[in-house]
Design a protein around this ligand. Sequence first.
Ligand code: 13P
Length: 258
Amino acid sequence: MRPYIVAGNWKMHMDSESGTALARSIHEGLAADPPSDGVSVVLCPPFPVLSSVQAAIAGSGIGLGAQNMHNEDHGAFTGEVAPGMLRAVGCTFVILGHSERRQHFHEDDAFINRKLRAALTHGLTPIVCVGETLEQREAGITEEVVGGQVRGVLAGITAQEMKGVVLAYEPIWAIGTGRTATPEQAQEVHADIRGVLASLFDRGLADRIVIQYGGSVKADNAAELFACPDVDGGLIGGASLKAQDFLAIIRAASTLAG
Ligand code: 13P
């Protein structure tokens, strides 16, 4: 049985005060109504808020993640953050290759692959994002595009390393648009991704890898998405900024995990 991982990607929202309050509310909500064993919860605030969120979730079992990092350990990379720096503030997860990073900051699969290797070297669990644009979906090339991204970001990764990787399928047209993929659309791509993993590694390993769905996941559609056989939780943007909404999404995973 694969676990569900429900991660909140706060993007460029929240300051120390509001982020701490949000993390505290989530901590309290989970303490009052603990999720099933098969559900992991992760919060990914902006860099300057990592330490205060870490303090607010200490002892809760909630994981801390960053939204990006550089692959180098140190050096003249103005504005960048190294994997070791994330570990030092308590991160155990890092989102890599989010479509907003690909789109606005020109990250490509090769760069994301270097970051992925660095994350694994430093003991961080990478949540690696893939997903097609609306244009690509309408052109009927979703499988090709997403499959190409999966192969690109995982180039040279061994089966042993792969066990520590989480993937997130985030169709770009569903991010922040309120237009979520239908469960059928999500399931189809997740199954395709698992097929690519089976061809790169083997079916047994492919069946162990957590593949999250992201893109307008809300309290009222989480259950139907998470019920899909190949959807193992979610990477949540907007709805992770409200404790009650995020807690309801975690409950949806928890109910399914039993
Ligand atoms: P929304 O949930 O706001 O659509 O964002 C999804 C996302 O990009 C998570 O990484």
